[in-house]
Design a binder for this molecule. Sequence first.
Ligand SMILES: C[S@@+](CC[C@H](N)C(=O)[O-])C[C@H]1O[C@@H](n2cnc3c(N)ncnc32)[C@H](O)[C@@H]1O
Length: 271
Amino acid sequence: MEVLQRGRNARTGAKESQALLLLATRPGPRPAQVGSRAAAVDERKVQQAWQREMAKVALFPGRTHLLPMGPAHARALGYRQEELVGVPSAAVLLCAGMGHVVHAGALRPGERVVDVGSGGGLDALLAAKAVGESGRVLGVEMVEELLRKAQHVAGRLSQLKFLKGYAEQLPTEDGSADVVMANGVVNLCCVDKGRVLREMWRVLRKGGRLVIADAVTQVVKPWLVRSQPGLWITEQAGLLTADELRTLIVAAGFSNVQQATGQNLWSATRD
Ligand SMILES: C[S@@+](CC[C@H](N)C(=O)[O-])C[C@H]1O[C@@H](n2cnc3c(N)ncnc32)[C@H](O)[C@@H]1O
Protein backbone atom coordinates (compact mmCIF):
# COMPACT_ATOMS: atom_id res chain seq x y z
CA MET A 1 0.00 0.00 0.00
CA GLU A 2 2.79 2.39 0.91
CA VAL A 3 4.44 1.64 -2.39
CA LEU A 4 1.23 2.40 -4.30
CA GLN A 5 0.86 5.78 -2.56
CA ARG A 6 4.41 6.76 -3.29
CA GLY A 7 3.81 5.74 -6.91
CA ARG A 8 1.09 8.32 -7.21
CA ASN A 9 3.34 11.20 -6.16
CA ALA A 10 3.15 13.73 -9.01
CA ARG A 11 6.76 14.90 -8.49
CA THR A 12 8.19 11.43 -9.37
CA GLY A 13 6.85 11.53 -12.97
CA ALA A 14 4.78 8.96 -14.87
CA LYS A 15 7.49 6.40 -15.68
CA GLU A 16 8.73 6.13 -12.15
CA SER A 17 5.28 5.80 -10.73
CA GLN A 18 4.43 3.00 -13.20
CA ALA A 19 7.53 1.10 -12.16
CA LEU A 20 6.57 1.47 -8.54
CA LEU A 21 3.08 0.18 -9.24
CA LEU A 22 4.50 -2.83 -11.07
CA LEU A 23 6.70 -3.62 -8.09
CA ALA A 24 3.68 -3.49 -5.85
CA THR A 25 1.53 -5.88 -7.88
CA ARG A 26 3.97 -8.37 -9.40
CA PRO A 27 4.20 -11.61 -7.36
CA GLY A 28 7.35 -11.46 -5.30
CA PRO A 29 9.05 -14.05 -3.13
CA ARG A 30 6.87 -16.07 -0.82
CA PRO A 31 5.98 -14.03 2.28
CA ALA A 32 8.03 -15.06 5.28
CA GLN A 33 5.17 -15.05 7.80
CA VAL A 34 2.90 -18.09 7.88
CA GLY A 35 -0.20 -15.96 8.44
CA SER A 36 0.44 -13.61 5.54
CA ARG A 37 0.50 -16.44 2.98
CA ALA A 38 -3.29 -16.23 2.83
CA ALA A 39 -2.95 -13.04 0.79
CA ALA A 40 -1.31 -14.87 -2.12
CA VAL A 41 -4.51 -16.24 -3.62
CA ASP A 42 -8.18 -15.33 -4.00
CA GLU A 43 -10.06 -17.30 -1.32
CA ARG A 44 -13.37 -17.31 -3.19
CA LYS A 45 -11.71 -18.73 -6.31
CA VAL A 46 -10.07 -21.53 -4.33
CA GLN A 47 -13.44 -22.38 -2.74
CA GLN A 48 -15.06 -22.41 -6.20
CA ALA A 49 -12.32 -24.69 -7.56
CA TRP A 50 -12.90 -27.12 -4.68
CA GLN A 51 -16.67 -26.88 -5.15
CA ARG A 52 -16.34 -27.88 -8.81
CA GLU A 53 -14.01 -30.77 -7.97
CA MET A 54 -16.07 -32.05 -5.04
CA ALA A 55 -19.34 -31.79 -7.00
CA LYS A 56 -17.79 -34.17 -9.56
CA VAL A 57 -16.73 -36.47 -6.74
CA ALA A 58 -20.27 -36.47 -5.32
CA LEU A 59 -21.89 -37.14 -8.68
CA PHE A 60 -19.43 -39.83 -9.84
CA PRO A 61 -18.01 -41.38 -6.66
CA GLY A 62 -16.92 -44.63 -8.29
CA ARG A 63 -14.61 -42.90 -10.79
CA THR A 64 -10.96 -42.10 -10.26
CA HIS A 65 -10.51 -38.61 -8.85
CA LEU A 66 -7.54 -36.48 -7.86
CA LEU A 67 -8.14 -37.20 -4.16
CA PRO A 68 -7.55 -40.70 -2.85
CA MET A 69 -10.93 -41.99 -1.67
CA GLY A 70 -13.25 -44.94 -1.27
CA PRO A 71 -13.33 -48.18 0.75
CA ALA A 72 -9.66 -49.14 0.25
CA HIS A 73 -8.63 -45.62 1.26
CA ALA A 74 -10.84 -45.84 4.36
CA ARG A 75 -9.20 -49.13 5.38
CA ALA A 76 -5.73 -47.64 4.83
CA LEU A 77 -6.66 -44.77 7.18
CA GLY A 78 -7.63 -47.23 9.89
CA TYR A 79 -11.42 -47.41 9.62
CA ARG A 80 -12.21 -50.93 10.80
CA GLN A 81 -14.56 -53.27 8.95
CA GLU A 82 -16.73 -53.74 12.03
CA GLU A 83 -17.38 -50.03 12.49
CA LEU A 84 -18.47 -49.76 8.86
CA VAL A 85 -21.12 -52.46 9.23
CA GLY A 86 -24.50 -50.88 8.54
CA VAL A 87 -22.93 -47.70 7.13
CA PRO A 88 -24.37 -46.88 3.69
CA SER A 89 -21.83 -47.73 0.98
CA ALA A 90 -22.27 -44.20 -0.47
CA ALA A 91 -20.61 -42.76 2.63
CA VAL A 92 -17.63 -45.12 2.43
CA LEU A 93 -17.26 -44.50 -1.33
CA LEU A 94 -16.94 -40.77 -0.56
CA CYS A 95 -14.42 -41.20 2.27
CA ALA A 96 -11.71 -38.73 1.25
CA GLY A 97 -10.12 -37.83 4.56
CA MET A 98 -6.55 -38.02 5.82
CA GLY A 99 -6.99 -39.89 9.09
CA HIS A 100 -9.51 -41.42 11.48
CA VAL A 101 -10.64 -38.32 13.37
CA VAL A 102 -13.59 -40.05 15.06
CA HIS A 103 -11.31 -42.64 16.62
CA ALA A 104 -8.76 -39.96 17.58
CA GLY A 105 -11.51 -37.81 19.11
CA ALA A 106 -12.46 -40.52 21.64
CA LEU A 107 -16.07 -39.28 21.55
CA ARG A 108 -18.32 -39.90 24.55
CA PRO A 109 -22.10 -40.33 24.73
CA GLY A 110 -23.90 -37.01 24.97
CA GLU A 111 -21.15 -34.89 23.39
CA ARG A 112 -21.84 -32.15 20.85
CA VAL A 113 -19.63 -32.45 17.77
CA VAL A 114 -19.06 -30.25 14.72
CA ASP A 115 -17.51 -31.88 11.64
CA VAL A 116 -16.08 -29.15 9.42
CA GLY A 117 -15.99 -30.02 5.70
CA SER A 118 -18.06 -33.13 6.32
CA GLY A 119 -18.02 -34.32 2.70
CA GLY A 120 -20.09 -37.46 2.12
CA GLY A 121 -20.87 -37.71 5.84
CA LEU A 122 -18.92 -40.80 6.95
CA ASP A 123 -17.20 -39.20 9.96
CA ALA A 124 -20.34 -37.35 11.03
CA LEU A 125 -22.31 -40.58 10.89
CA LEU A 126 -19.73 -42.50 12.93
CA ALA A 127 -19.61 -39.60 15.39
CA ALA A 128 -23.40 -39.65 15.70
CA LYS A 129 -23.26 -43.35 16.60
CA ALA A 130 -20.54 -42.66 19.18
CA VAL A 131 -22.37 -39.80 20.94
CA GLY A 132 -25.75 -41.52 20.77
CA GLU A 133 -29.20 -40.01 20.97
CA SER A 134 -28.26 -37.75 23.86
CA GLY A 135 -25.51 -36.15 21.78
CA ARG A 136 -25.57 -33.96 18.71
CA VAL A 137 -23.48 -33.88 15.53
CA LEU A 138 -23.46 -31.06 13.01
CA GLY A 139 -21.76 -31.60 9.64
CA VAL A 140 -20.83 -28.38 7.85
CA GLU A 141 -20.11 -28.56 4.13
CA MET A 142 -20.03 -25.99 1.30
CA VAL A 143 -20.83 -28.36 -1.60
CA GLU A 144 -24.53 -28.95 -2.11
CA GLU A 145 -24.08 -32.19 -4.04
CA LEU A 146 -22.16 -33.62 -1.07
CA LEU A 147 -24.69 -32.30 1.41
CA ARG A 148 -27.49 -34.13 -0.38
CA LYS A 149 -25.50 -37.38 -0.23
CA ALA A 150 -24.71 -36.86 3.45
CA GLN A 151 -28.32 -36.08 4.30
CA HIS A 152 -29.28 -39.36 2.69
CA VAL A 153 -26.60 -41.13 4.76
CA ALA A 154 -27.92 -39.54 7.96
CA GLY A 155 -31.26 -41.26 7.45
CA ARG A 156 -33.35 -40.97 10.57
CA LEU A 157 -30.63 -40.39 13.14
CA SER A 158 -32.16 -37.52 15.12
CA GLN A 159 -28.80 -36.47 16.62
CA LEU A 160 -27.22 -35.85 13.18
CA LYS A 161 -27.77 -32.92 10.87
CA PHE A 162 -25.91 -31.26 8.03
CA LEU A 163 -25.85 -27.58 7.12
CA LYS A 164 -24.44 -25.73 4.19
CA GLY A 165 -21.67 -23.48 5.44
CA TYR A 166 -18.06 -22.48 5.30
CA ALA A 167 -15.19 -23.37 7.58
CA GLU A 168 -14.37 -19.66 7.72
CA GLN A 169 -17.79 -18.82 9.22
CA LEU A 170 -19.29 -21.81 10.97
CA PRO A 171 -23.08 -21.77 11.28
CA THR A 172 -23.14 -22.42 15.01
CA GLU A 173 -22.89 -20.43 18.23
CA ASP A 174 -19.90 -19.56 20.39
CA GLY A 175 -18.96 -22.31 22.84
CA SER A 176 -21.62 -24.71 21.52
CA ALA A 177 -19.39 -27.74 20.78
CA ASP A 178 -17.49 -30.21 22.93
CA VAL A 179 -15.48 -31.44 19.94
CA VAL A 180 -14.65 -29.91 16.57
CA MET A 181 -13.16 -32.20 13.97
CA ALA A 182 -11.99 -31.68 10.39
CA ASN A 183 -10.65 -34.35 8.09
CA GLY A 184 -8.62 -33.20 5.09
CA VAL A 185 -9.96 -29.65 5.15
CA VAL A 186 -7.88 -27.03 6.99
CA ASN A 187 -4.46 -27.44 5.42
CA LEU A 188 -5.50 -29.02 2.13
CA CYS A 189 -8.41 -26.74 1.18
CA CYS A 190 -8.58 -23.53 3.20
CA VAL A 191 -6.79 -20.35 2.21
CA ASP A 192 -6.91 -18.54 5.55
CA LYS A 193 -6.07 -21.47 7.81
CA GLY A 194 -5.54 -19.19 10.80
CA ARG A 195 -9.05 -17.77 10.47
CA VAL A 196 -10.55 -21.26 10.19
CA LEU A 197 -8.71 -22.37 13.33
CA ARG A 198 -9.88 -19.27 15.22
CA GLU A 199 -13.43 -20.03 14.10
CA MET A 200 -13.07 -23.58 15.44
CA TRP A 201 -11.81 -22.13 18.73
CA ARG A 202 -14.86 -19.81 18.84
CA VAL A 203 -17.43 -22.62 18.56
CA LEU A 204 -15.69 -24.88 21.12
CA ARG A 205 -16.65 -24.58 24.76
CA LYS A 206 -13.92 -24.11 27.36
CA GLY A 207 -12.22 -27.48 27.74
CA GLY A 208 -13.47 -28.56 24.31
CA ARG A 209 -11.28 -30.60 21.96
CA LEU A 210 -10.03 -30.04 18.43
CA VAL A 211 -9.13 -33.04 16.23
CA ILE A 212 -7.68 -32.50 12.78
CA ALA A 213 -6.37 -34.91 10.19
CA ASP A 214 -4.63 -33.28 7.28
CA ALA A 215 -2.01 -33.53 4.59
CA VAL A 216 1.19 -31.54 5.09
CA THR A 217 4.15 -30.77 2.88
CA GLN A 218 7.88 -30.87 3.50
CA VAL A 219 8.43 -27.83 1.28
CA VAL A 220 5.86 -25.10 0.72
CA LYS A 221 5.16 -24.48 -2.98
CA PRO A 222 6.48 -21.25 -4.54
CA TRP A 223 4.18 -18.28 -4.33
CA LEU A 224 3.48 -18.35 -8.09
CA VAL A 225 2.08 -21.88 -7.72
CA ARG A 226 0.15 -21.07 -4.53
CA SER A 227 -1.47 -18.07 -6.21
CA GLN A 228 -3.31 -20.20 -8.81
CA PRO A 229 -6.59 -21.62 -7.47
CA GLY A 230 -6.67 -24.63 -9.83
CA LEU A 231 -3.29 -25.80 -8.56
CA TRP A 232 -4.73 -26.09 -5.03
CA ILE A 233 -6.56 -29.14 -6.37
CA THR A 234 -4.11 -30.68 -8.83
CA GLU A 235 -0.86 -29.88 -6.97
CA GLN A 236 -2.11 -29.49 -3.39
CA ALA A 237 -0.59 -26.04 -3.69
CA GLY A 238 -2.03 -24.71 -0.43
CA LEU A 239 -0.28 -27.06 1.97
CA LEU A 240 1.84 -25.77 4.83
CA THR A 241 4.42 -27.81 6.69
CA ALA A 242 3.52 -29.65 9.90
CA ASP A 243 5.47 -27.06 11.92
CA GLU A 244 3.61 -24.18 10.30
CA LEU A 245 0.25 -25.83 10.89
CA ARG A 246 1.14 -26.36 14.55
CA THR A 247 2.16 -22.70 14.82
CA LEU A 248 -1.24 -21.62 13.51
CA ILE A 249 -3.10 -23.96 15.88
CA VAL A 250 -1.23 -22.41 18.81
CA ALA A 251 -1.74 -18.87 17.45
CA ALA A 252 -5.50 -19.53 17.27
CA GLY A 253 -5.47 -19.96 21.04
CA PHE A 254 -5.33 -23.74 21.50
CA SER A 255 -3.33 -25.53 24.20
CA ASN A 256 -1.93 -29.06 24.54
CA VAL A 257 -1.28 -29.27 20.80
CA GLN A 258 -0.19 -32.79 19.96
CA GLN A 259 0.60 -34.59 16.75
CA ALA A 260 0.11 -38.37 16.74
CA THR A 261 3.43 -40.05 16.06
CA GLY A 262 3.91 -40.84 12.40
CA GLN A 263 0.44 -39.60 11.46
CA ASN A 264 -1.08 -36.40 10.12
CA LEU A 265 -3.40 -36.15 13.10
CA TRP A 266 -3.43 -33.23 15.53
CA SER A 267 -5.35 -32.77 18.72
CA ALA A 268 -5.59 -29.69 20.94
CA THR A 269 -7.80 -28.23 23.62
CA ARG A 270 -9.48 -24.90 24.19
CA ASP A 271 -8.69 -23.82 27.76
C1 LIG B 1 -10.67 -33.82 1.22
S1 LIG B 1 -12.38 -33.59 1.39
C2 LIG B 1 -12.70 -34.48 2.89
C3 LIG B 1 -14.15 -34.75 3.13
C4 LIG B 1 -14.49 -35.45 4.45
N1 LIG B 1 -14.04 -34.68 5.59
C5 LIG B 1 -13.89 -36.83 4.49
O1 LIG B 1 -13.11 -37.11 5.40
O2 LIG B 1 -14.21 -37.63 3.62
C6 LIG B 1 -12.47 -31.89 1.92
C7 LIG B 1 -13.88 -31.42 2.17
O3 LIG B 1 -13.88 -30.12 2.72
C8 LIG B 1 -14.83 -29.32 2.03
N2 LIG B 1 -14.35 -27.92 2.10
C9 LIG B 1 -13.26 -27.41 1.55
N3 LIG B 1 -13.12 -26.11 1.85
C10 LIG B 1 -14.18 -25.80 2.63
C11 LIG B 1 -14.60 -24.60 3.25
N4 LIG B 1 -13.90 -23.47 3.12
N5 LIG B 1 -15.74 -24.63 3.99
C12 LIG B 1 -16.45 -25.79 4.11
N6 LIG B 1 -16.10 -26.95 3.53
C13 LIG B 1 -14.97 -26.96 2.80
C14 LIG B 1 -14.82 -29.88 0.62
O4 LIG B 1 -15.97 -29.54 -0.09
C15 LIG B 1 -14.71 -31.35 0.90
O5 LIG B 1 -15.95 -31.94 1.13
